[in-house]
Design a protein around this ligand. Structure first.
Ligand SMILES: Nc1ncnc2c1ncn2[C@@H]1O[C@H](COP(=O)(O)OP(=O)(O)OP(=O)(O)O)[C@@H](O)[C@H]1O
Length: 296
């Protein structure tokens, strides 16, 4: 668990469009270096939340602090500490990859600090996001996946302390998705960047996020690690093993301890040990289903 300072602090956030509340009493925190995933069905309020925290939308009520600043009052210096990867934009087709990143980087130079060298050198950044072969290509000639890597590079060029990723891998093929996950993990571990991402991909949330916040109908219905959420709903893991040619199955809330005791007692006689945790998908569907039932 991350114990660094709080980077994102949201308390009682509310957003109202006309007479309908699309965010109600949303409260969560993220700490320095933490990757937080916002999960939820269509219309749950993920993009609205992220846009409020980026300073692009005014909230109706509640408190929000992003890197110690109210996003409604964030200035240029504050903005330079954030990285934003939007759901894809298609301008700049005539620019070459290296040119665009070098150009955008100049904006951040005056916000460098003793600790954070800004901007990220265009060549190094291009290598880091896996676009070395496309560095001198025009942006309009990039494939969809390469274009998305460029979007990520644009979000990273100022070496952000906090990175917002809104559905970063929508439309990625499995290989591009895997590479993107490696990239995010690299950036997070190298620069201790805090990340808030929205996704519909449960597998992605489980792989990337230290913590998952599930939004449904504008409310938080769960907040915890993938394991905690699964245990809260499913309660118990399933342990399976074979001994003397016989299959055994046991349900327990502490499968690690159970497995240790099993080996202490029977040693090498234990074969084909399997521990099945409730999948995040099952947990998620249960959570969202419960929340929908409750609001009816
Ligand atoms: N400008 C707006 N005016 C009125 N209602 C809006 C506006 N923007 C969003 N909404 C409504 O707010 C709710 C939350 O939308 P939001 O885009 O935050 O959801 P989301 O969780 O990001 O959904 P998705 O997964 O489909 O991207 C939806 O019911 C949407 O229709």
């Amino acid at each position: 668990m991350t114990t660094g300072p709080v980077v994102l602090d949201v308390d009682g956030l509310r957003m109202r469009y006309g007479s309908s509340d699309v965010l109600r009493d949303v409260t969560f925190q993220a700490r320095h270096g933490e990757v937080l995933a916002l999960l939820g069905p269509n219309g749950a309020g993920k993009t609205t939340t992220i846009e409020i925290l980026e300073g692009f939308r005014m909230r109706s009520a509640g408190r929000a602090e992003v890197l110690g600043v109210d996003p409604a009052r964030g200035d240029e210096r504050w903005r330079a500490r954030l990285g934003v990867v939007l759901q894809s934009w298609r301008d700049h087709g005539k620019w070459r990859v290296r040119e665009l990143l070098a150009h955008l980087g100049t904006y951040y130079a005056s916000y460098a600090t003793g600790r954070i060298r800004r901007p990220w050198d265009a060549g190094e950044l291009i290598d880091a996001v896996g676009l070395t072969g496309q560095a001198d290509k025009k942006i309009r000639t990039l494939s969809g996946g390469q274009r998305r890597r460029l979007d990520v590079a644009i979000g990273l060029v100022g070496r952000p302390e906090l990175l917002f990723l809104d559905e970063p891998t929508a439309a990625f093929d499995p290989q591009a998705r895997r590479e993107f996950h490696d990239l995010v993990r690299d950036v997070v571990s190298r620069d201790e960047t805090t990340v808030l991402l929205t996704t519909h991909d449960l597998d992605e949330a489980e792989k990337l996020a230290d913590r998952i916040v599930v939004l449904d109908g504008g409310r938080i219905v769960a907040d915890g690690t993938a394991g905690e959420l699964a245990r809260r709903i499913a309660g118990e893991d399933e342990v399976r093993w074979t001994r003397d040619g016989q299959r055994h199955t046991h349900r327990t809330a502490d499968s690690t301890r159970f497995a240790r005791e099993l080996f202490d007692r029977h040693g090498d006689e234990i074969r084909e040990l399997e521990i099945r945790r409730a999948s995040l998908e099952q947990t998620y569907l249960t959570l969202v289903h419960h929340a929908e039932g409750a609001s009816r």
